[in-house]
Design a protein around this ligand. Structure first.
Ligand SMILES: [Zn+2]
Length: 172
């Protein structure tokens, strides 16, 4: 964490840039996968909450798992979404989009978390230092995530609306 949902903000901004080469669904799954370890440790009352999963090495491993699970789980998730909400999602995800969603998801998670959690050792086992800790204030970090999310959401909605208008014009 910072609060798993806040991680989605940067994901929406990345989607705006990478479009079809990036899956927000897999990215979101990767955020949840990353925070399984802290959740379990919190419930157990461990002194260190952010362990091996919150290192860049751990992020690569969680990234592989997120990519594989995301590639398989994407179809059912997209079909469920399409039955209830808009804009419509493609019903399958390619390896490139699943991979970028998973690995950008897990590595950006470690980067953002390393700014605010004193128990993290993001570069372990190379060093136990966390050089970025409090490089920016926690308030700024949260505002950054929310801001990126807002920019991404508005941009993506604009694109989806334009696409829909264009396809409606073509069918006329
Ligand atoms: Zn986390």
């Amino acid at each position: 964490m910072p609060f798993t949902p806040l991680h989605l903000g940067p994901g929406l901004a990345i989607k705006l840039v990478l479009r079809d080469r990036f899956s927000v669904v897999v990215f979101a799954g990767a955020q949840v996968a990353m925070d399984v370890e802290p959740l379990v440790r919190m419930l157990r009352g461990d002194a260190v909450v952010h362990g091996p999963s919150h290192t860049y090495l751990g992020a690569l491993l969680v990234g592989v798992a997120s990519m594989l699970i995301g590639k398989v789980a994407y179809g059912p998730i997209a079909r469920t979404w399409n039955a209830r909400a808009a804009p419509a999602l493609p019903t399958a995800v390619g390896w490139a989009a699943a991979g970028s969603g998973a690995f950008l998801g897990t590595t950006s998670h470690v980067l953002l978390d390393s700014l605010m959690h004193g128990d993290m050792q993001p570069f372990a086992p190379l060093t136990d230092a966390n050089t970025l800790l409090l490089a920016i204030s926690i308030e700024s970090l949260h505002l950054l995530c929310i801001g990126l999310g807002a920019v991404g959401a508005v941009g993506l909605l604009t694109l989806a609306t334009r696409r829909e208008r264009r396809s409606r014009a073509q069918t006329r």
